[in-house]
Design a protein around this ligand. Structure first.
Ligand code: MTE
Ligand code: MO
Length: 434
């Protein structure tokens, strides 16, 4: 008899590696890792001050999903470095596990009939959200850290909504499948029971265990070997990614990180650079001493300061890292400049009632030209408009003549080449329409 070799045929998928236990082990690994990635992702979103307008408020319709948002703290000063390093590094590390898990159940994607009961039909629909949502959040995340903003609209919004869809479907999936997965994993250790790996003793096995090959091909590896292969892939990614959170020789191990290994040069400015001055069109002409002025806007009107005016104000030092949403970070750098709260004072705000601030770069276009900081960030004595780093004037690429640096904040809020600072209430409390 001729084989019917359509993917929907039970004999089409022949790898003997597929099986309930294999799938379950991968699923449990994801179940440990994904909640950590999700939680650090929610923190990352909160760290953006997403409910400050006009710049950061890109998800005004986030509704209940944004209900957990809280003012991002400034302590400990390495907070975002840790949470975002974990978010990106662990996310990348889980990719082989996710792909192997999907591979292990792919025959079920083609199963006919798609479902025998209404409950199964509904579950299969939720798998669309699970698989689609999972692939979507991982793909958008990886594209973002590669600086490829291929998706239309805001990355934050897409990744944020995608994550909620994915996690909601995941919660349902876990509720439905966890007991069977735990049984499948225990089975190997305990006394043999029925068809061991086949899932044949499970009620509803025709659905749940359908990834076992009916007519397995000759094995080229054992299931244990396949798990080692997946684990080794994860370790390889971990080992070639984690280094981007560290300075010194470790950074050179971050082979796969787009910004992880680029040599930023030696000297006081010799640490990671995201965008260079040239790449965003900031020229030496417009940052020259005779030309550049900082505009401070507040109740006192507009105050214009030259770089030497700023240098004549009380100078303070703070040791703070740059920690990018892409997951890379630097160790603490020694920044020196004027306190943001002192500038709020110059703009006419009384000491003790420091407001939010909207910072604009002299860079004319691009996503990072404006950023909003919350009052608690402005008030922190370590939050500076830095003029120097590591004992020398800022280099052009690190934001000369002046840049913002705030403890524990995502790198993108540390605006470079600052031209204007508006000190006023930016949060929803006064917003009216929300
Ligand atoms: N004007 C301006 N400021 C900016 C950026 C930018 O592109 N333009 N990039 C931001 C991002 S995403 C990061 S991570 C930090 C990087 O600072 P560094 O290049 O000094 O390390 O600067 C932030 N400030
Ligand atoms: Mo960044």
């Amino acid at each position: 008899m001729r084989d019917l070799t359509l993917p929907s045929s039970p004999t089409f998928w022949r790898s003997p590696v597929r099986g309930t236990r294999f799938t379950s082990l991968l699923g449990l690994a994801l179940l440990v890792g994904i909640p950590v990635v999700f939680a650090t992702g929610l923190l990352s979103y909160a760290a953006y001050n997403p409910d400050l307008s006009p710049v950061n408020d890109q998800t005004p319709d986030k509704g209940l999903l944004g209900g957990y948002l809280f003012p991002w703290p400034t302590d400990p000063h390495w907070l975002y470095r840790l949470t975002q390093g974990v978010h990106v590094t662990l996310g990348i590390t889980l990719v082989p596990v996710l792909l192997a898990k999907l591979w292990s159940v792919i025959p079920r994607l083609f199963a006919v009939p798609p479902a025998r009961t209404l409950a199964r039909a509904l579950e299969r629909l939720s798998l669309l959200a699970l698989v689609g949502g999972g692939l979507f959040v991982f793909a958008t995340g990886i594209l973002n850290i590669q600086l490829d903003y291929l998706f239309p609209g805001s990355f934050y919004r897409l990744h944020f909504y995608g994550a909620w869809v994915f996690v909601a479907a995941l919660a349902l999936h876990v509720a439905l499948r966890l007991p069977a997965a735990l049984r499948a994993v225990r089975r190997r250790g305990g006394p043999p029971e029925g068809g061991a790996d086949s899932g044949a003793s499970d009620p509803g096995a025709s659905d749940a265990g359908a990834s076992d090959a009916l007519r397995p091909a000759a094995p080229t590896t054992s299931r244990r070997g396949a798990l080692w292969f997946v684990g080794a892939g994860s370790l390889l990614l971990l080992g070639t990614t984690a280094g981007r959170s560290f300075d010194g020789p470790l950074r050179a191990t971050a082979l796969l990180a787009p910004h992880g290994w680029a040599e930023p040069g030696d000297g006081p400015g010799g640490f990671q650079i995201n965008k260079t001055a040239a790449s965003v069109g900031v020229t030496p002409e417009e940052t020259a001493a005779e030309v550049w002025r900082l505009a401070l806007v507040g109740p006192a009107g507009t105050v214009r300061l030259s770089r030497s005016d700023l240098a004549a104000l009380p100078q303070h030092t703070a040791a703070l890292p740059i920690a990018c949403v892409e997951g890379w970070s630097t160790s603490d750098q020694r920044w020196r400049g004027v306190r943001l709260r002192d500038l709020a004072g110059l703009a006419g705000h009384e000491e003790g009632s420091v407001p939010d601030v909207l910072v604009t770069s002299l860079q004319r276009s691009g996503a990072f030209r404006r950023a909003a900081l919350r009052a608690n960030q402005v008030a922190d004595p370590r939050s500076l408009l830095a003029l120097e780093v590591n004992g020398a004037p800022l280099t052009p690429d690190h934001g000369f003549p002046a840049r913002v640096i705030v403890p524990a904040a995502p790198g993108v809020l540390n605006t470079k080449w600052v031209a204007r600072m508006e000190f006023r209430q930016l949060s929803a409390r006064d917003g009216g329409d929300r």
